[in-house]
Design a protein around this ligand. Structure first.
Ligand SMILES: N[C@@H](CCC(=O)N[C@@H](CS)C(=O)NCC(=O)O)C(=O)O
Length: 244
């Protein structure tokens, strides 16, 4: 393993953090890892510290940050309990790192290999096919300097198609057995797969989808509400992660 990822410009609160440290902003991607940490806190008393940055200032493109995540995007998790400190980019990799490090009873994962693989399937599905599409919906409807109807239409349709895949899963359309969560036997168990996926989908309205757009996905809507009730989830998207 290489030497320390820190340089003189690395904020002291990152370099001097005693344990796990999350560099984040309260966006859907940031929230995925924030929620995992909050769940671990409730389940095991896991501790970490947090640095909030504002991506609008491009702090994430500075060298100190790129040394932790060459992709220049939040969130980044660093583990200062190991030597040299270990940095983790990409939300799914962070969630799985935390699961391995702190979830000793598999409360958010699975011992059974098939169930474990199911959780990976749904994490990868959202990481590769959901987040990028919904991210582009947000970009083309809100940030793009020019409104390009083709791009808006294309990414909205793809996002709704992905919602439809999750609806098939949750409704039990082909198994005859509706489920509460994405992975696990029977009705499933709340897991890393839900933690990765939920922060984006709960923002469907903010992404410009209407009640009418969402009407074909009743099981997905109930899944959103079910997960929203968890105290760790509420904390994981809450004020604590809003830069003052
Ligand atoms: N695939 C990455 C996506 C991370 C990402 O896109 N983060 C956004 C915020 S939600 C970001 O940092 N944007 C700032 C930028 O692109 O400079 C992950 O899962 O961690």
């Amino acid at each position: 393993m290489s030497s320390s990822p820190y340089i003189a410009e690395t904020p002291a609160e990152v370099a001097n953090a005693k344990g796990l440290h999350l560099i984040t902003m309260n966006t859907p991607n940031g929230q995925a890892t924030q929620i995992m940490l909050e769940e671990l806190a409730d389940a095991y008393g896991t501790e970490w510290t947090t640095t909030l940055i504002n991506i609008m200032t491009n702090e994430q493109k500075k060298e100190w940050f790129l040394r932790l995540n060459p992709n220049g995007r939040i969130p980044v998790l660093v583990d200062n309990t190991v030597s040299p400190p270990f940095s983790v980019m990409e939300t799914s990799a962070q969630i799985l790192y935390l699961e391995k490090k702190a979830d000793r009873d598999d409360k958010f994962g699975f011992k059974d290999e098939f169930e474990r693989n199911e959780a990976l399937q749904w994490m990868f599905f959202w990481h590769g096919s959901g987040a990028p599409y919904q991210g582009q919906v947000n970009h083309f409807t809100r940030a793009a300097p020019e409104k390009i109807p083709y791009a808006i239409d294309r990414f909205k349709k793809e996002t709704l198609r992905v919602y439809g895949v999750l609806e098939i899963r949750l409704s039990g359309k082909y198994t005859g057995e509706p489920r509460d969560y994405l992975a696990g036997k029977g009705k499933g168990k709340y897991s890393v797969a839900d933690i990765k996926t939920w922060p984006w989908i709960k923002g469907w309205e903010r992404s410009g989808f209407t009640q009418e757009d969402m009407a074909p996905f009743p099981h997905l809507l109930k899944w959103i509400d079910r997960i929203a009730e968890r105290p760790a989830v509420q904390r994981g998207i809450g004020d604590k992660y809003v830069q003052k």
